[in-house]
Ligand binder design. Sequence first.
Ligand SMILES: [Zn+2]
Length: 198
Amino acid sequence: MAKLHYIYSTMGAGKTLNLIQTAFNYEERGMQTLLLTTAIDDRYGKGKITSRLGVSRDAHVFSPDQDLYSDHLVPAAQAGFACVLIDEGQFMSRRNVEDLARAVDTLNLPAMVWGLRTDFLGNPFEGSAALFALADELREMRTLCHCGKKATMVLRSDADGNAVSEGPQVQIGGNDSYTPVCRKHWAQSIAQSRAKST
Ligand SMILES: [Zn+2]
């Protein structure tokens, strides 16, 4: 029976590289995978999945209000794809995730989604919340804070290196950078940033 997997972490844990490696592992065994990414992420041009190490693969792009089931998943099942691999799952809509769960259950099409746990303010993304709620299997990819503890949060910093404690959830491009940190160091930096701005 097919399953829906959500592989989550903070930023910088190597999620995209892991996705590309997974696609390669299937292909080595003569199996095809359908690679999808969310339309909101156009950092590397539409239709590309690119890891920070520079490895990239072409992918189909879908939008939050798209009928993922009819447009991509039924054709993938009919074409005999072994698995659907999705990058940037935090940007999926609840509807996207429900479409995906339906494909897993009715088409017997396994799906693996990689994505973030929370945004820079510690709040869940719509896609993350839906995936945590509906996935059959959850797996965490680990990365470390500068103190050596597991990083579960992400800090957004402006071009001057100051932590950002307000602003939109999604800001693609721009000069802000993101650092994986533990909850304690995330909370300290957010508190310092708020103290400075008052
Ligand atoms: Zn720390």
